[in-house]
Design a protein around this ligand. Structure first.
Ligand code: RTP
Ligand code: MG
Length: 139
């Protein structure tokens, strides 16, 4: 089953450098509606819970340090085919491999500090949305 929602976070590097507005503009112009949005600063422990799926990977400690290094902007987005279309809009994990015109091509600095997150499945979009937003915030 495909749903019409996905989850994203503008990551600490992009927020700190003042790119949030430009990134949100690209997202809205691509046809996504913002369902929920806020600004939060995760603890390293909480970042570790979000990325628990990667806990055996060599980059896990660096990833959780990075994701707790400053505020992030989590959002729930709505559009037909949201998960796949949003992954396409953000581009490859490593900006060196990201296509021209993608958000990571424009704003990511490295494979780790890559400006933005996008859920990789409908199931994870729901889990990740519920991690940050209460049901009454998801309108
Ligand atoms: P995301 O989950 O953030 O949307 O990114 P993704 O699916 O494209 O990449 P994933 O494999 O899920 O990795 C999650 C995040 O971990 C950092 N990373 N660092 N140093 C490294 O080799 C490495 N690999 C991944 C990135 O911040 C990546 O987005
Ligand atoms: Mg991922």
């Amino acid at each position: 089953m495909t749903t019409n929602r996905t989850f994203t976070m503008i990551k600490p590097d992009a927020v700190a450098e003042g790119h949030s507005g430009a990134i949100i503009k690209i997202i809205e112009e691509a046809g996504f509606r913002i369902v929920a949005i806020k600004k939060v600063h995760l603890t390293k422990e909480r970042a570790g819970q979000f990325y628990a799926v990667h806990q055996e990977r060599p980059f896990y400690d660096g990833l959780t340090t990075y994701m707790s290094s400053g505020p992030i902007i989590p959002m729930i987005l709505e559009k037909d085919n949201a998960v796949a279309d949003f992954r396409k809009l953000i581009g490859a994990t490593n900006p060196a491999q990201a296509e021209e015109g993608t958000i990571r091509k424009q704003f990511a600095k490295s494979v780790e500090s890559n400006a933005i997150h996008g859920s990789d499945s409908d199931e994870n979009a729901k889990i990740e949305s519920d991690f940050f937003f209460a049901g009454l915030e998801q309108f």
